[in-house]
Write a protein that binds this ligand. Sequence first.
Ligand SMILES: [Zn+2]
Length: 500
Amino acid sequence: MEKRINKKIIKIYLPLIIIFALIIIISLLFISCEKDEPRLTQYDMDLMFDDEKFMLEGKEVVKYYNNSDNAFKILYFHLYPNAFREGAKNPVISQTHEKEGYPNGKSYGGIKINGVKSGDEEIEFNVEGEDENILAVSLKDELFPGENVEIGIDFSIQLPNINHRFGYGENTINCGNFYPIVCVYEENVGFSKSLYHSNGDPFYSEVANYNVNIEFDSKFEIASTGDLISSENSENLIKNQYKASNVRDFCFVLSQKFNFVQEEVDDIVVSYYGYNNDENLNECLKTSVDAIKTFNDMIGKYPYKQISVVKSNFVYGGMEFPNLVLISDKIEEQSEFNYVIVHEIAHQWWYGVVGDDEYNHAWIDEGLAEYSTLLFYEENGSYNEKYPQLISAATKSYKLFEDVYKKINGKVDGRMDRPLCDFATEPEYTQCTYTKSVLMFDSVRELIGKNKFEKAMQKIYKDYKFKIINRAQLTAVFEKFGTGAEKVIDSYLEGKVIIM
Ligand SMILES: [Zn+2]
């Protein structure tokens, strides 16, 4: 009888137990998936460009997911345009380049936050930081791990007359690093709120998804991050909609002088934007196409549908943004133009897809991009730039820097892994970050061999795709492919290697 009852109970309850167990297993799987795949921030932006005042009126709705293990009461955004305002503490251009940067004398810009909302409700915010560089938004409710919040921000941006990533010049209007972008949150560190600096690219961001509407006068052509979804033209006003997934930033450039050419390679549309009457459009396009193809084969496939290489008034050589790179129109030699195109395109792999903290560890993306440029020339003999000669030129350049600085200061600080603000001068930053990185990666390749070096690059690209890599993680991959690589990298980074 007892047995019978037990059997009956089992008959009734067994299906329920199985269903219950399945629910638990599925929920656990779901939770673990959620944990592995962080949800990306979504930026929805409406922008209107006023070409009389050189102003951008904008609204953005940012849907932010808390992927961390901590709860937040305040969410922080970078306000990079405020580095360009009158009275800013840090100059945006080094003294050496100031004249070229401001061809019509000093000019200022900035961003004004008109209001911040959560849903329909206005919420408290504060513009803070050492240089008014941070927007702190007080959340209505504490944001717990796994939760998300939608923040609406209304802003007005004044562009300065400056040949920079953010600013207008004689030929182009460069809208880079213009909108409030969420600061990266690091466990045990907090939100990264680094200041702007004239050295390098003082930026650090995570990949996100974008849906951006831009309105501008139809006298302009536009180059932009993302895929063009729709374009309307009415009463001399163009309204374009762009979508971009898994990108670290959003940038666009306007010009009345653009003349562009396009070619498709490996299902990627490569566009080169030069100016009217330029005679080197096709040559620049060819270099861009060759670079995309070479890095696709060497490192891993470029994961977007398009890229624009854009000539612009820009005080330095070039600048990388997702799907878009700026190349300075100040460059005269075609060979130098090609070099900058290749370097900036290499950044699509190093910075764009594999991200890093560019403010604190600039050598990661600059070093890999610069070294990849040398590898491009090694693969593409028709450009007549020989790898060994490029290495000996880098060695000479670094030694010259050491000699000059020893004479002036009595010593040289050759440490590579330090924040942008810790480099005393622009040459110190350039030599330690670009030149020395090239020598460092060359030494690593000497040690582990060409084949393993490329495999290590491919592994980094695959494992850190759309993520952020740090020094220890990068070093560990090279060490995995060749014992001793870590030691070589560390000695270079700490400034202990004697360059001969
Ligand atoms: Zn670079």
